[in-house]
Design a protein around this ligand. Structure first.
Ligand code: UDX
Length: 433
């Protein structure tokens, strides 16, 4: 098959590389010529584990090429996958201008029977709007489809090669047959449904996971007040096979490029159909307030951040990525500055972000925590949670360790003299069996 993937962001590049690795002829198309030049040289302009290796391999075999030229990539394509950004609109809905611009650009070059599939997260109704744009500029027969992605940053290559499921939303047997055959090497669990259901499945999956995180955060807050330990609660609750104990860790709230946006968009769609009083509004509101609430509590617990050296560890929105979209660091660092702390930051991959304001960013974790008063672990990067913080423990000094991911052995640190703060955790070391 000849496939063109349009939009070479993280979803587009991973998708293109995986199709190429299956032996298809793939074009990655982007109007950003700088990106195209970089990707043509197998350089990925962001950090995603294993992606550069896959790019190099597939390009060496001649299966993957990048271009900015629609007239070069589109005429031979049996499948066009749209993976451009869908930013939030000012009214809280989704701005589809990039998807529609792609429709305009591909239309003059489409060959008969091509499938135009939308991978970007879009609401039901988008394919009809896209078809209206395309049909104004071509008379060939083509089909539209929905191919939502469910991959996570940091494990995107593996998630795409070994997906839990592939969801295909289409309207004709030939379209289902072609798309099923394309994805058959990846999984047996291919779900054929309508485009509208496929689009809703994507929003619903993300909203459910965001709800789950918000739920456990609320439980953690209660545990802090009533003597229970959220980690023990999860262990007991998760053993119910209907619930499960995975994807169940509390913290500062969810971030990243998907959950905050998708939950807000669902809230918007609900309001638009008269369901102003909906769950999604509340989930978003609770998640948004969470960082401020916890920061105020930490400030109080440590006796005021003013004048203290605070090391903020983990500046990305989660481990194994350099993405800082809706990352806790973007809120935490300016807030600590406001509270009068001296803030030092460390992350193994993230580059400088202006929105931090005053931050002494160091590439060396040991240097970042030297002579520290407060350590705040924002992200559970492996090198951070396995670091021997005892190396910088000063017995004469009160030092705080705020573990917002609950990844450290609390008792061990308490016994070493640290003031340990987790999320929803009780530190009863004497009772530990
Ligand atoms: C998510 C979905 O998992 C993926 O299927 C979808 O296609 C895109 O959005 P991603 O944003 O890469 O992927 O990250 P994910 O690992 O799901 O984490 C999202 C946020 O939730 C992060 O801020 C993470 O720290 C937080 N989280 C996750 C928790 O606070 N607790 C959890 O138990 C899990």
């Amino acid at each position: 098959m000849t496939i063109t993937v349009i939009g070479t962001g993280f979803v587009g590049v991973v998708t293109a590389a995986v199709y190429a690795s299956l032996g298809h002829q793939v074009w990655g198309l982007d109007i950003d010529e700088k990106k195209v030049a970089s990707l043509s040289a197998s350089r990925v302009p962001f950090y995603e584990p294993n992606l550069e290796e896959m790019l190099t391999e597939t390009q060496k075999k001649g299966n993957l090429k990048f271009s900015s030229d629609y007239s070069q990539a589109i005429p031979d394509s049996d499948l066009i996958v749209i993976a451009v950004g869908t930013p939030s609109a000012l009214d809280g809905g989704v701005d589809l201008k990039y998807v529609m611009a792609v429709g305009e650009s591909i239309a003059p070059y489409l060959k008969a029977d091509t499938i135009v599939a939308v991978k970007s997260t879009v609401p039901p109704g988008t394919l009809t709007a896209l078809a209206a744009v395309i049909e104004g500029k071509t008379s060939v027969d083509y089909e539209t489809a929905s191919l939502p992605e469910f991959l996570r940053e940091g494990s995107a290559v593996n998630d795409t090669l070994h997906p839990d499921r592939v969801v295909i939303g289409a309207r004709s047997k030939p379209a289902f047959d072609k798309l099923n055959a394309l994805h058959a090497p990846l999984t047996e669990n291919i779900i054929n449904i309508s485009p509208e259901s496929a689009q809703m499945a994507k929003y619903s999956a993300n909203a459910y996971l965001a709800t789950r995180i918000t739920f456990i955060n609320q439980i953690a807050d209660l545990c802090e007040k009533n003597g229970a330990d959220v980690e023990e609660v999860v262990k007991a609750m998760g053993s119910d096979s209907r619930i499960g104990s995975h994807y169940w860790y509390p913290g500062l709230g969810y971030g990243g490029s998907c959950f905050p946006k998708d939950v807000q968009e669902l809230a918007y769609f609900s309001r638009k159909v008269g369901e102003g009083d909906n769950l999604f509004n509340k989930i978003h509101e609770l998640n948004q307030k969470r960082l401020g609430k916890l920061l105020a509590a930490y400030d109080q617990k440590v006796g005021g951040m003013k004048g203290k050296k605070v090391a903020v560890l983990g500046l990305a929105f989660k481990p194994h990525t350099d993405d800082t979209r809706e990352a806790p660091s973007l809120y935490v660092v300016p807030k600590l500055n406001e509270l009068g702390a001296r803030v030092v930051g460390y992350d193994p991959k993230v580059l400088w972000q202006d929105s931090w304001g005053k931050l002494h960013q160091l590439e060396d974790l040991a240097a970042a925590v030297e002579d520290v008063d407060v350590i705040m672990i924002l992200v559970e990067w492996p090198d951070i949670i396995s670091f021997d913080f005892n190396l910088v423990r000063q017995p004469q000094k009160i030092q705080w360790l705020i573990d917002t991911r609950n990844r450290l052995d609390a008792c061990q640190f308490v016994q070493q003299g640290w003031q340990y703060i987790g999320v929803g955790r009780q530190v009863n070391c004497d009772q530990k069996k």
